[in-house]
Design a binder for this molecule. Structure first.
Ligand code: CUV
Length: 638
């Protein structure tokens, strides 16, 4: 096996890594290797850098050094470090949500000419869900109240009322649990600032108290994600099934290629709209047109709503530039490697940053102006068209590898497929299949890439293993993109990898789906914030079964978790009662106490717990075991 094959299972990546080597450019794969061996203190979470007397690291056997200078024990340090990761993730997701909410408010106030309420049905559903009056009211008035309710989630400083998007979306059982355990937040900013205060030097030393605060922050993550999903649907439409393609082969040699990368759909949606209008300009420059491709969650957002192809996922973002055919890469926030800019120097590619909180020295910054959003997008496309004119055709080398993708499964679109089978009670399509033993339950695949393992391998191996075991699979984020690139998001994926029960189940859906394409092995639900769609799915299943979410056979897995956001997502899933697998050993093994709490004791309190298992095959066995145990318990209750 060549080094490149060891790095990633994605065969489109191999020739690009070869190319990087020829150019002398060290990719993220090389940089990951260069970081080995990792510092054991950092790797196990017992390096404390919270005050500048430090860093302190724990040497268990050295008298005096078995605690930090302040006396903090391993469990305090590990707990503080972990909950600070959660705060970072929750801040990122919720700030993204806040940005969308502000835009919706400005739309409702008639201040923005380029945005509008696209999905009025969704607006009504969300308004009713959170208690905003709709009867006889104008769309903009409702939108304003919904947007204001979302913005109120951030600045509230009193302990009541509690966060609206949690209160109105989870099961009664969860609500009771969150209140009893005092992890129910009222204000997002309040909770996150409170966490930073609590973890300051000389503050809370109690790991359990810290973990509970961490879970409170994780619920803020859930709230911010959920409102981001809802409000994005209202502004841009709720995803419906689309057929598109994925992998580097979706980059076109004869077109102006623009990659949309990051997380926030506010600008990328405008780029999609502008591209439709500007095909002629691209043709005048000698290209066959404009080709948009997505990377990371912005890519997932425009895939769901516009059918934009996926170029690649997080770990291989640099490789899109190495094709020599990428004219511009437009980035907004989160998961954007600073290395893109120096790599772009080797080609004609323009890296365009667009948000005030995400700049890269040396790249182009086109400040995104929501008041002139379409013009902002057009200017960026013009930059790409000009870059195309500088492209050196002799340096273009696009791996001709891509797969058909059937995606766009918002919960609404999934339910409308279920509705074709059971018009009166669509959710029973899945609960009946679980009760009949046709499928073993549901697994959500979420999260990133992490080069501590072979890129995309954990994602695909675990998915294939669970599919063989008749688990219904939904996915978001870079996990969904890994599946797309590997050809699992289409009917062939079902034929190759589904067990008999799952095959039958999806076959039944196919018969009545009304779609021209066969349904995929794994249902792509969108970006990371769209994990909230999966949470709503869980809630619906639990309510239909008459139990709490902590009782249903529904698991989550982040096979290649990387970001702070993934820590926040995983943590709130545990609070939601979900057994949550992480395929990378996170930095908390330095405290056996914290490790025990999150992998075992959490189950007694919340019903959910973490499973840390780097081996994909062992992970499959463990997840199937958990699903079978829950199904068995449910059958006992019946
Ligand atoms: Ni938000 S957070 S690497 S792009 S999924 Fe991809 Fe998804 Fe993780 Fe980032």
């Amino acid at each position: 096996m060549s080094d490149f094959e060891k790095y990633t299972i994605d065969i489109a990546a191999h020739p690009m890594l070869e190319r990087a080597k020829e150019l002398g450019f060290l990719t993220t794969f090389d940089r990951a290797k260069a970081q080995e061996p990792r510092c054991n203190f950092g790797n196990t979470g017992i390096c404390c850098r919270i005050c500048i007397q430090g860093p302190c690291r724990i040497l268990p056997k050295k008298p005096g050094a078995n605690k930090g200078i302040c006396g903090a024990a391993d469990y305090t340090i590990v707990a503080r470090n972990t909950v600070r990761l959660i705060a970072g993730g929750a801040a990122a997701h919720s700030d993204h949500g806040r940005h969308i909410a502000e835009t919706l408010l400005h739309v409702a106030e008639g201040k923005l000419k380029d945005y509008r309420v696209t999905d009025v049905d969704k607006l009504m559903t969300v308004a009713q869900k959170i208690g905003v009056a709709t009867e006889g009211r104008d769309v903009n008035a409702i939108a304003r109240d919904v947007a204001q309710a979302a913005l109120d989630e951030f600045g509230r400083v009193s302990e009541y009322p509690k966060l609206t998007w949690i209160t109105n979306t989870v099961t009664e059982g969860r609500l009771k649990k969150f209140n009893e355990t005092t992890i129910m937040p009222s204000g997002i900013n309040l909770s996150l600032a409170g966490l930073l205060h609590q973890t300051h030097v000389g503050n809370d030393a109690d790991p359990i108290n810290l973990i509970f605060t961490g879970l409170k922050a994780a619920l803020c993550d859930y709230d911010g994600m959920h409102l981001a999903t809802d409000l994005s649907d209202i502004l841009f439409g709720t995803g419906v099934p689309v057929v598109t393609e994925a992998n580097l082969g979706s980059i076109k040699a004869d077109k102006v290629n623009i990659a949309l990368h990051g997380h926030n759909p506010l600008l990328s949606q405008m780029v999609v709209a502008a591209a439709k209008e500007m095909q002629a300009e691209a043709k005048a420059a000698g290209a066959a047109g404009i080709n948009l491709v997505g990377i990371c969650c912005t890519g997932n957002e425009v895939l769901m709503r516009e059918g934009v192809a996926i170029a690649t996922n997080f770990a291989t973002q640099e490789l899109a530039i190495l094709t020599g055919a990428m004219d511009a890469m437009v980035v907004d926030v989160q998961c954007i490697m600073p290395s893109l800019r120096s790599l772009a120097e080797c080609f004609h590619t323009k890296i365009v940053t667009t948000m005030p909180i995400m700049k890269i020295p040396g790249s182009y910054h086109y400040a995104f102006d929501e008041y002139n959003a379409l013009d902002s997008a057009k200017n960026i496309i013009r930059l790409a068209i000009n870059a195309y004119k500088e492209r050196d055709a002799s340096r273009v080398s696009i791996p001709q590898i891509k797969h058909t993708v059937v995606a766009g499964f918002s919960l609404e679109s999934l339910m409308s497929i279920f509705k074709n089978i059971n018009p009166d009670n669509p959710i029973r399509v899945i609960t009946d299949a679980i009760k009949a033993g046709e499928i073993k339950g549901v697994a959500l695949f979420a999260g990133c890439n992490n080069l501590k393992g072979q890129h995309d391998n954990n994602h695909t191996e675990i998915a294939k293993g669970l599919a063989r075991n008749d688990v219904f699979l939904v996915a978001t984020g870079c996990a969904a993109q890994a599946f797309a690139k590997e050809g699992l998001l289409n009917g062939e994926g079902v034929a190759k990898y589904a067990g008999e029960g799952l095959k039958k189940f999806i076959g039944r859906l196919n018969e009545k789906s009304g779609l021209t394409a066969d349904l995929p092995l794994i249902f792509h639900m969108g970006s990371c914030v769209d994990n909230s769609r999966s949470n709503d799915f869980q809630t619906m299943i639990a309510n239909e079964m008459g139990v709490d979410v902590s009782d249903i056979p529904y698991v989550a897995t982040a096979p290649e978790a990387m970001s702070e956001k993934s820590v926040a997502i995983g943590s709130y899933h545990v609070a939601m009662g979900t057994p949550t697998h992480v395929g990378v050993i996170p930095p908390l093994t330095g405290s056996s106490l914290v490790h025990e709490v999150v992998t075992k004791i959490a189950e007694d309190v919340f019903g959910g717990f973490f499973i840390f298992e780097a081996d994909p095959h062992k992970a499959v066995n463990r997840l199937v075991e958990v699903l079978e145990e829950r199904t068995w318990k449910l059958a006992m209750r019946a």
